[in-house]
Design a protein. Structure first.
Length: 260
């Protein structure tokens, strides 16, 4: 999440306050939502060749595989006749994850078909409460080591950040851990009991939560505010720019968009 000072500094005093950062975060979220809606119309039309207003999993699967270099006609014919598709392991894993999200987006009464609104929830899980719950479930699944459906700090910072080969790399890893620790303790763990529950994670991951946007803004400032004046100057923003794009959970949110 990188930005220019002039785009965030509403009162042009050459520094960014928490409220200015909050306003900017909400503005960018709304812009993203509108862009997603516009793009969804084009994507939906592309995967709904018969124009009946509904898309089946097989229709989407054909288009997805075609976008990955497979022959669309051949794939379509094999799916139609229930023949085996020769797909590499990595692509199959992506398809399996997409299929899970597909059925999550199929709102009751489930008919195994997605209309345009459901398709939007499929491509952009943050537009749907149900898909938000699914996304949080995926995060818990990946990070929860003891199976208690909650996250401790050690679990939260356990994601590998690369092989440490020299002191410089070690310093980068140490910085990453410190930043994620602050994210866990100061933002996500709302009651500060050392445990992040599913509910706390859902609250944190909800992009339309103004309180969450303010917390995120305060966290950004807390991490980069070297002179402790509770504002961000341009120099601080530039120095800590990697942090603003490095939020562990925001990476999850971005990566869940496996669009064709």
């Amino acid at each position: 999440m990188y930005f220019g000072l002039s785009r965030v500094d509403a009162n042009l005093d050459k520094k960014v306050s928490a409220s200015e950062m909050q306003r900017w975060i909400m503005q960018k979220t709304e812009e993203h939502f509108q862009q997603a809606i516009d793009e969804n119309k084009l994507h939906f039309k592309a995967v709904d060749p018969d124009g009946d207003g509904h898309v089946s999993w097989d229709e989407y699967r054909v288009k997805f595989l075609a976008s990955k270099g497979f022959n669309e006609g051949e794939v379509s014919e094999k799916i139609k006749n229930n023949k085996e598709l020769k797909i590499d392991e990595e692509t199959q894993e992506v398809l399996d994850n997409l299929k899970d999200r597909w059925f999550q987006a199929d709102e009751p009464p489930a008919d195994q078909l997605l209309d345009e609104d459901e398709f939007l929830a499929f491509l952009h899980p943050e537009h749907s409460r149900g898909m938000l719950k699914f996304m949080v479930k995926e995060i818990i699944r990946d990070l929860d080591q003891d199976g208690d459906k909650k996250l401790t700090l050690p679990e939260f910072i356990s994601l590998p950040v690369g092989t440490v080969e020299n002191q410089e790399a070690q310093n980068i890893d140490d910085d990453w851990v410190r930043e994620r620790k602050k994210e866990f303790e100061q933002v996500i763990d709302a009651n500060q009991d050392g445990i992040v529950t599913v509910e706390e994670l859902e609250e944190y991951m909800d992009p339309m939560n103004e309180y969450n946007a303010l917390n995120e803004a305060k966290q950004m400032i807390a991490v980069a505010d070297e002179n402790q004046d509770h504002y961000l100057q341009l120099e601080e923003i530039l120095k800590y720019s990697e942090y603003f794009t490095g939020s562990k959970l925001m990476d999850y949110a971005r990566n869940v968009h496996e669009e064709f």
